[in-house]
Design a protein around this ligand. Structure first.
Ligand code: APR
Length: 239
């Protein structure tokens, strides 16, 4: 609950909705990616083996969009919270907006657009913020692929994420429909006594027990929550 600097731990679980106001498309909103494209053609290992060119072009386009996007007030407020709390961001997002906002502990459950991996050995990954092209190979001479967790593949850093949530003082979920497992069920691992809050425009999945749901845009709600939490923590240190 308290790190070696005496800071209490806040764990933030984010989804595509926190990056929506930075101009990046979500997946299941009206104009979401999975409303326009087929998961089975673009986000599975079979899809990549069937048509690597199409899959690479989809992720190369998302790379450009993510690079051109800027962190928004929600990303920045969460990064600034580190002055007062030990903040761990557990994100389903593959953009690097949390890092670019200044968050220092970011766990990517579903991979990262600015990395590439071997298509035969997932543990071989590379910093790779440029396009991935056919004919670019890893050190085992296999075609490079996006370092993204496709449907049917194991989620990254799940155990580490679970341990952080289990030792949280507060848990905040932002911008996820809670549609995808096992990521969404991490929220159920929060301690009974932890303060638990969800911020989203809507939740398609089940709202986990004892979470307060605050309907609203991330850039409106998250900065207010962070400001209140900072004030509370600073005042509690003064008394
Ligand atoms: N502020 C807050 N919430 C928002 C905003 C906003 N400006 N815009 C959209 N949302 C909410 C939507 O109401 C929705 O609940 O963000 C959520 C986005 O849900 P999804 O599109 O399902 O995204 P996410 O929950 O991150 O999806 C999880 O599914 O396809 C996989 O790997 C992909 O990581 C992704 C995972």
């Amino acid at each position: 609950m308290v790190n070696n600097l005496g800071k209490r731990k806040i764990v933030v679980f984010t989804g595509a909705g926190i990056s929506a106001e930075s101009g990046l498309r979500t997946f299941r909103d009206g104009d979401g990616l999975w409303e326009s494209y087929s998961i089975h053609e673009l986000a599975t290992k079979d899809a990549f083996e069937r048509n690597p060119k199409l899959v690479l072009s989809f992720y190369n386009q998302r790379k450009v969009a993510a690079k051109n996007a800027q962190p928004n007030k929600a990303h920045i407020a969460l990064a600034e919270l580190e002055d007062v709390y030990d903040v761990v961001i557990i994100t389903q997002n593959v953009d690097d907006l949390h890092e670019r906002a200044g968050s220092s502990k970011v766990i990517h459950l579903h991979g990262q657009l600015n990395r590439a991996q071997s298509s035969i050995e997932p543990s071989i990954t590379y910093d790779w913020d440029k396009r991935i092209e056919i004919g670019q190979y890893c050190e085992l001479n296999s075609q490079l692929r996006p370092n993204i967790v496709w449907f049917g593949e194991p989620v990254m850093h799940l155990e580490e994420a679970r341990e952080h949530i289990k030792s949280a003082y507060k848990v905040l979920g932002v911008g996820s429909s809670l549609s995808v497992q096992p990521a969404a069920s991490l929220l159920n691992k929060a301690p009974f006594r932890a303060e638990k809050t969800l911020v989203s425009l809507e939740i398609k999945g089940k709202i986990p027990f004892s979470y307060k749901f605050m309907r609203g845009k991330a850039t409106n709600v998250v900065p207010v929550i962070c400001k209140n939490w900072r004030k509370l923590e600073v005042n509690s240190k003064c008394t």
